[in-house]
Design a protein around this ligand. Sequence first.
Ligand code: COA
Length: 242
Amino acid sequence: MDMKHDGSTVAAAALVEFGVGLAGHVRRLAWDPRRRKSCQKARGRRNFRAKTGSLMGFYPDLPIITQRLTLRPFTRGDVDAVLDYRGREDVALYLFDTALSREECALAVQQRILQTSWSAEGDKIVLAAVLSESDTLIGELSLIWRSEDARQGEIGWIFHPDHHGRGYATEAASALLDLGFQGADLHRIFARCDARNASSWRLMERLGMRREAHFREHALFKGGWDEEFVYAVLRREWRTGG
Ligand SMILES: CC(C)(COP(=O)(O)OP(=O)(O)OC[C@H]1O[C@@H](n2cnc3c(N)ncnc32)[C@H](O)[C@@H]1OP(=O)(O)O)[C@@H](O)C(=O)NCCC(=O)NCCS
């Protein structure tokens, strides 16, 4: 998602109040982890596993509906809404990118339109977060398939500053963690951010992720040393606190 470290980040635990509704959510998915077999005939989608048990592909049913938000694939009409936040220096501060031009946003949206499923490691599901009430696009989230065998994913987020401080990122990230654990049957989801990006690592902590690493001056970032936090949550910890 063009975040820091190609970051995409997120994970979680105690946000049942957002009422994503696990059961309802799972019903939206073509893959049913409890049955461990594909529902593809019914849904016309394919989520399938190798004999080793590793996930070979993941094609979620979209959009995802939460209490206040709709998480949906990007469309061509989203370019100006994306420019509204990706065009800002304050939003880009801890992202790999600098503020994007309209042309760069158009290219980003074009890429995101296709990023709705996984068929190989490294694939990303990138969704627009839209206020359901007003149909306003307020940000984006990504879930990257990092390891097929070890069932690892990485989550990330970028929201428009006009919509910070209301719990929208927490609500959306929580739903994406549900998707990763209950839909794609991931074992662990991690997130990374610059150690100075307090809004991002506080979000990780709100979601119930644990700080697993603090890498000091391990890379260069925008002309200076990089300080990176890594947070993660395991499937068995998600929403159980255990
Ligand atoms: C990271 C980012 C998404 C966090 O946004 P955020 O607004 O802090 O997160 P939320 O939307 O979950 O809102 C949480 C805040 O709303 C408050 N809040 C209000 N209503 C709430 C609710 N119903 N539920 C949860 N929190 C609520 C929380 O108390 C918290 O406030 P606080 O920051 O004063 O403690 C945002 O800062 C961002 O997009 N930054 C720029 C891009 C970026 O750096 N991305 C990360 C790259 S690694």
